[in-house]
Design a protein around this ligand. Structure first.
Ligand code: HEM
Ligand code: NAG
Ligand code: NAG
Ligand code: NAG
Ligand code: NAG
Length: 496
């Protein structure tokens, strides 16, 4: 049954894409002359072929091949028509630099239109210029390290709860969905200040539908994922607005108390401009809460899932990680919460995570739109055209990272030669670089610490594969067989 609906979705999408394409080509090229400084490649038929072949490559995780074919055929800069727009396809450190540092007035962050129905119109990802700066500064004021440091214990408590509920007492675990539950709960706790209980439980399925909708093929018919996503957004809105009202009241009651940074929402509500008016409207807060949910959920859980797989497959990395983490747990009493200082000692673990982000970056494609005619690499990109950047192709470039397919965390050692700027871009770069890095790092380190000190595990399918849609998702959720480590509790109790 499933494959059938997917076929159908694909079929409908093809026709929709065709219509959108024909219409936008008509708009774009009405009366325009073709100078011959356009990148090589074709915008003609088979139009659908190009979008579909990219979607297929995404699903089969063969996007690198898709890019390589284009590069072999046309050279480093080429054009195609994708998702309804003429698109210039770019890669390499120079292209990364160009895209990441380019003025928002030249290239904006327009995603293919489908996303806005779910993200809302005041979303950070689409804002440009001063609006982007203002909203981003508000988010960063909460997500920056000095503030986040206070929340290690809270993150750790969510992790312990996740392990108690979904790991202890189980034999086989689907790691990826369970880790997604964790990243969802961390966001609820830290960012939205929603404690465990019925409210979170009501939020979770809506949120998941919404995420699936954001990432699905944008066909708004009943029963499509996209449609479910839109419906979920509609149901989520009043819940989030209630939450904002409650937080505002709570803030007004405890005006004297200085702690406005209990969670992201309270923090956003208490930021004021110089003239005393609130910096962000309720609408902006709602849309950005949704952006943060989407941005922080699948990315971090993807990294954690890849790490679980790696440690099961690579004995040498595993034993190094365990040695470092046991050193840390030795210095703590049983059940004592992790602290910020503990995390700063996990240097090897973070190098392993960074190397994982190099090899399997959760995000490795970005779209932009040209808001005026621009020149790049000797070619013209016309106003309205799309730019597709394959930013992480630099991660696999032999001139930048020697033996790029080798998993080698020493690349990230302090004294190792630094890769040139704009070549390690798992978190992006420039004014739109991921503001959630420190939170992602905190979750990753704390969760891996708890996992390796409480369990050993092996993969039930030696090489379970994953597909990007567009975030990497393991076919069976990464099935692992786990065993609790009892010895740790006994030995540390004995030493008390
Ligand atoms: C391993 C985890 C993560 C990875 C690999 C990651 C990666 C990225 C990348 C590559 C971008 C830039 C996209 C572009 O330029 O097109 C980005 C943007 C963003 N990320 Fe993350 N992210 C992660 C975790 C998080 C977390 C935990 C949060 C939130 C709490 C977050 C919030 C955001 C936001 C709000 C933006 C948009 C920033 C802007 O447009 O100014 N991310 N992320
Ligand atoms: C994106 O990452 C995957 C690994 O998850 C890789 O196989 C693929 O080639 C990458 N795509 C591009 C265009 O770099
Ligand atoms: C981005 O630029 C394109 C082309 O000029 C325009 O159609 C679109 O509305 C812009 N999007 C935003 C969010 O400004
Ligand atoms: C495991 O990691 C080590 C250290 O980076 C690397 O040298 C080795 O090739 C990896 N082994 C496997 C089986 O991937
Ligand atoms: C992806 C997304 O949400 N896009 C919307 C963001 O906001 C702008 C306007 O502020 C809309 O035009 C986008 O469609």
């Amino acid at each position: 049954m499933l494959p059938l609906t997917m076929e159908l979705e694909f079929f409908i999408t093809s026709w929709l894409l065709l219509l959108v394409f024909l219409f936008s080509t008509f708009l774009l090229f009405r009366g325009k002359k073709y100078p011959d400084r356009f990148p090589p490649g074709s915008l003609g038929l088979p139009v659908i072929g190009q979008s579909l072949s990219l979607l297929k490559a995404l699903k089969a995780d063969k996007v690198d091949k898709w890019f390589q074919e284009g590069i072999t055929k046309h050279g480093p800069i080429w054009k195609a028509s994708l998702f309804g727009y003429p698109t210039v396809v770019l890669h390499g450190p120079a292209a990364n630099k160009f895209i990441y540092t380019c003025d928002g007035n030249i290239l904006n962050n327009s995603q293919p239109p489908s996303l806005s129905r779910i993200f809302g119109s005041k979303n950070l990802s689409e804002l440009t210029g001063n609006d982007h700066k203002r909203v981003r500064a508000a988010l960063v004021s909460f997500l920056k390290l000095e503030v986040l440091k206070q929340y290690v214990t809270k993150v750790d408590a969510e992790i312990q709860h996740n392990l108690q509920t979904h790991w202890h007492g189980k034999q086989d675990v689907q790691a990826q969905p369970v880790i997604k539950t964790l990243t969802f709960n961390v966001i609820c706790s830290l960012l939205f200040g929603i404690e465990r209980g019925p409210r979170r439980d009501r939020l979770m399925p809506l949120f998941q539908d919404m995420i699936e909708g954001v990432l699905a093929i944008p066909v708004n018919f009943p029963f499509t994922k996209f449609n479910r996503g839109i419906v979920a957004r509609r149901k989520l809105l009043p819940m989030i607005i209630d939450l904002i009202h409650e937080k505002r009241e709570a803030l007004q009651e405890q005006k004297q108390e200085a702690n406005h940074q209990k969670d992201l929402i309270s923090s956003l509500l208490s930021i004021h401009d110089d003239d005393g008016s609130p910096t962000m409207s309720d609408e902006e807060i709602v849309d950005n809460i949704i952006v943060v949910m989407v941005a922080g959920y699948d990315t971090t859980s993807s990294l954690l899932t890849f790490l679980v797989k790696l440690l099961a497959n690579n004995e040498s990395v595993y034993s190094n990680v365990v040695r470092e983490q046991e050193e840390i747990s030795k210095s703590k009493a049983v059940g004592e919460a992790l602290t910020w200082e503990d995390l700063t000692k996990m240097k090897y673990l973070w190098r392993v995570a960074s190397e994982m982000l190099r090899i399997n970056p959760p995000i490795n494609l970005s779209f932009r739109r040209a808001t005026q005619d621009i020149e790049y690499g000797g070619y013209t990109i016309l106003k309205g055209w799309q730019v597709l950047l394959s930013q992480s192709m630099t991660h696999m470039n032999n001139d930048i990272f020697k033996d790029p397919t080798m998993f080698d965390p020493t690349r990230f050692e302090k004294h190792a030669p630094q890769p040139p700027p704009f070549s390690f871009v798992a978190f992006g770069a420039g004014p739109r670089m991921c503001p959630g890095i420190e939170l992602a790092k905190m979750e990753t380190l704390a969760m891996m610490h708890r996992l390796v000190t409480q369990f050993t595990w092996e993969l039930l399918k030696k090489d379970e594969s994953f597909k990007r849609n567009p975030m990497p998702n393991f076919d069976q959720g990464l099935l692992v067989r786990i065993k609790p480590i009892k010895a740790i509790f006994i030995s540390s109790q004995a030493s008390l």
